[in-house]
Design a protein around this ligand. Structure first.
Ligand code: CTP
Length: 419
């Protein structure tokens, strides 16, 4: 690459400043990979470590990688900045702690500021991302759950740990989320125009449902869950708390999103109704089966040589049930997958199901709708006579537009309430 070309080649996150806090978990070594991932995207990363972390990985590693002094103790004689906890915390665009131990989570939740990292947390106004890593028992301990709930309520973004084999040999949730996932979640947050959805608690369904015929067979559909996953990721990055009720999904669930698994329409209906009380927005992005076998056979059906007739019965309409149970302020958004008269059918669904907005897809297009990377959507809302027809775009961008519309509907609702 010529010098000119190199100068013109701007990385997407060039100049974004990230403070990376490393605490004393076995996964501390993975923080080096996270640091490199952020740097590859153009971020300037400064590192702070707890005393315990330095016993697992030397500060020199991070100093070599970041090119700057690593702060462990701001009272240390070699610290070049005597008020580092203030300068450090107030000059960053984002504060990421990975791995975060149960201890640091507890300290953050209770405002204990007894070292550099904890003082920095209190002194920071930047968005905070915490990627916990700990033994499964510690992760599932009611104390940790309580502390995490406090952090979530304080607006901290939690990147849920993965389930898998732990350093201690046990198998279960608690292992640090993959470094590339942590980097992606951090970059997504840095991308955000603003935290305009902070305070919203979005309940979202995504993926396909699976309706069992017998122990080995089921009825399902081609939905991959991509659109729902993109919505969850963007909503999280814009500050919303997201609960994803996930059917069968062939894509990863984004980091920082709470997941409730529900395979059949009935399970999804029950999960949504259970979660609905806390929600301020409901988005039905799942491709829910409209019908299920009237009876699931307990044993595998044997072929008989003649035809087999399946009797199907309707499933509960989750979206309509949510709209019926609507409390003041809840925004309800549906999807409409249509093969003809897209806008007319979507408009009818918007009215019939009593929705605030509906996202219409033309499923006859091969580059939009089910199991594609891109989407071409038309947005219809109660308050607008003209549908908003959007060109073909990535599902991530489509998610941004849908959430823009939700933010607009909320603003409008708030303005009306004030009048
Ligand atoms: N939906 C739901 N529960 C169902 C069926 C659908 O919550 N049992 C939701 C979907 O998540 C989507 C919307 O309803 O948001 C669109 O459903 P769709 O099946 O297209 O609408 P119907 O009213 O069933 O109309 P039709 O099948 O005749 O097009």
């Amino acid at each position: 690459m010529s010098d000119d070309a190199a100068q013109n080649w701007v990385l997407p996150h060039a100049g974004k400043r990230v403070a990376l806090g490393v605490t004393g978990g076995i996964a501390a070594y993975k923080a080096a990979e996270i640091l490199r991932g952020l740097q590859r995207a153009g971020c300037i990363v400064r590192v702070a470590m707890t005393e315990h972390a330095t016993r697992l990985i030397a500060p020199l590693t991070f100093r070599a990688l970041s090119g700057t002094h690593v702060v462990v103790d701001d009272y240390a004689p070699d610290n070049p900045d005597p008020i580092a906890h203030i300068t450090f915390s107030q000059t960053v665009d984002l504060f990421l702690v990975a791995p975060a131990t149960a201890n640091i989570i507890a300290k953050f939740a209770h405002g204990i500021a007894d070292d550099f990292l904890t003082t920095t947390y209190l002194a920071s106004t930047a968005p905070v991302v915490v990627a916990p890593a700990m033994n499964t028992t510690m992760w599932q301990h009611p104390t940790t759950e309580r502390n995490l709930a406090v952090l979530r309520a304080d607006g901290v973004h939690i990147i849920e740990p993965d389930a898998g084999e732990m350093a201690c040999g046990t198998i279960g949730p608690g292992r640090l989320s993959e470094p590339d996932k942590i980097v992606a979640a951090t970059l997504a947050l840095l991308d955000t125009k603003s935290n305009d959805l902070t305070g919203e608690r979005i309940l979202l369904t995504a993926g396909a449902t699976r309706e069992e015929i017998d122990p080995v067979r089921f009825l399902s559909n081609r939905s991959s869950g991509r659109m729902g996953s993109a919505l969850a990721q963007v909503a999280r990055a814009r500050g919303a708390e997201v609960t994803l009720v996930a059917g069968v999904m062939s894509v990863d669930v984004p980091a920082g999103v709470r997941v409730v698994r529900a395979l059949s329409a009935a399970e999804m209906h029950a999960a949504v109704m259970r979660e609905l009380d806390r929600a301020t927005v409901f988005i039905g992005a799942a491709a829910v089966a409209d019908y299920r076998p009237a009876k699931r056979a307990d044993q595998k059906l044997k072929k008989s040589g003649t035809t087999l007739t399946l009797t199907l019965e309707p499933t509960p309409d989750i979206l309509a049930a949510v709209a019926d149970a609507r409390r003041d302020g809840l925004l309800v958004i549906g999807f409409a997958a249509e093969s003809e008269h897209v806008v007319e059918h979507a408009r009818a669904k918007l009215t019939r199901k009593n929705l605030d907005a509906i996202v219409a897809n033309d499923i006859t297009r091969t580059d939009a709708g089910f199991d594609t990377e891109t989407n071409s959507i038309t947005l219809l809302t109660r308050d607008r006579a003209t549908p908003l027809e959007l060109p073909l775009m990535s599902k991530r961008n489509a998610a941004e537009h849908i959430l823009d519309e939700i933010a607009r509907l909320r603003q409008q609702q708030t303005a009306q309430a004030v009048k």
